[in-house]
Design a protein around this ligand. Structure first.
Ligand SMILES: [Zn+2]
Length: 92
């Protein structure tokens, strides 16, 4: 992740440790993925033994880590940074 926005030079981490809060959003995404994955495995694989749930859900959760990491940070900076979009700050 860039330290500063390439367009407007905004510093993303507005204070030290700012993105720790994004871990809660990422956690919620992971829980959602595991719940939906569990329901999917239950229906598609017809209720396999425990490892039939653990292996595919773990693999899919690990594949989704980059998406969760970035999306959680984007949502967190939009929701809690107090920064608002300013069209005039874009470098031309
Ligand atoms: Zn920017």
């Amino acid at each position: 992740m860039h330290e500063h926005c390439p367009s407007c030079d905004l510093r993303y981490e507005v204070e030290p440790g700012f993105f720790y809060g994004a871990m809660y959003i990422s956690y919620a995404f992971t829980v959602g993925i595991m719940l939906v994955g569990g329901i999917f495995v239950f229906n598609v694989l017809n209720d396999p033994p425990a490892m039939g749930y653990v292996v595919p859900i773990t693999i899919f959760s690990l594949i989704m880590v980059p998406f969760n990491f970035r999306t959680a940070r984007v949502l967190f900076i939009h929701g809690f940074s107090g920064i608002s979009y300013n069209q005039d700050s874009i470098k031309k």
